[in-house]
Design a binder for this molecule. Structure first.
Ligand code: URA
Length: 241
């Protein structure tokens, strides 16, 4: 791949902007500045440097964020900043999208990617990807509420009961709820239908991914090795792409 195409693919701007970075001597590989925009670059496993910062070449990007409260999972947020504003411009330029959505006031694990296949697999209701939430609830939890959540509660937009894969009281006001669906405000509405009220909501896990304990609100990290680790476990999707 030519150097200019490589920079474009990694989110460094338009062809014109990438050309300018190269001709200004700001791009180097292995400590050597490259000023030839058409230099042929072997991009597998490549680490390159732009303006003194190192970047690893990534065909696709997978990001795991600890979503802070007060941020919307939207490209065009209405009332609060977008979670995308927490990422470097190079990632925003790649058109990252959130894998599903969390409410503005929900915190915790959020995946973002520019890989359409991954997005499809992880948001498809048919794939039954489990999401584990920790909800702080207003009233003490009781057995009837937990049983209702497990057996299924009826939400106003769907006649079929919606059930939790599991509902566990970690303490009187802390509910661990595992869901496979992705309906709008699903946790809050299910808990309300069971006779309680969510006061704070945090996502701890989604499918294979767990929020690292040391990732603070607003922080994010790359998730690598997705294709090697995940695709073989999703037989219908294996071999695609
Ligand atoms: N369910 C909710 O009610 N809100 C979220 O943000 C996620 C799941």
């Amino acid at each position: 791949m030519t150097l200019i195409k490589l920079l474009q693919s990694q989110g460094f701007g338009t062809r014109r902007e990438c050309r300018s970075l190269i001709l200004s001597g700001l791009v180097s590989i292995g400590g050597q500045i490259i000023t030839d925009t058409d230099a042929d670059i072997d991009y597998q496993g490549l680490v390159f440097s732009v303006d003194g910062k190192d970047w690893q070449y990534r065909e696709n990007v997978y990001v795991l964020m600890n979503k802070p409260a007060g941020h919307e999972c939207s490209q065009k947020p209405k009332h609060h900043p977008s979670v995308l504003s927490l990422l470097p411009v190079q990632l925003r330029n790649r058109g990252l999208q959130t894998v599903g959505r969390l409410d503005e006031d929900t915190t915790g694990l959020l995946l973002l990617t520019d890989d359409g296949q991954f997005l499809h697999v992880y948001t498809s209701p048919k794939k039954n990807i489990a999401k584990v939430y920790r909800a702080t609830v207003k009233h003490p939890l009781d057995k009837a509420q937990l049983a209702a959540l497990r057996a299924g509660v009826v939400l106003h937009d769907d006649p079929d009961p919606v059930m939790a894969q599991s509902a566990i009281a970690r303490d009187a006001h802390t509910l661990e709820l595992t869901l496979t669906g992705g309906k709008y405000h699903q946790v809050k509405r299910m808990v309300a239908a069971a006779g309680n009220r969510v006061e704070a909501l945090h996502r701890e896990r989604m499918g294979e991914f767990e929020l690292p304990a040391d990732l603070k609100p607003g922080e994010w990290c790359y998730v690598d090795l997705y294709r090697e680790t995940l695709l073989p476990r999703l037989p219908e999707e294996a071999g695609r792409g």
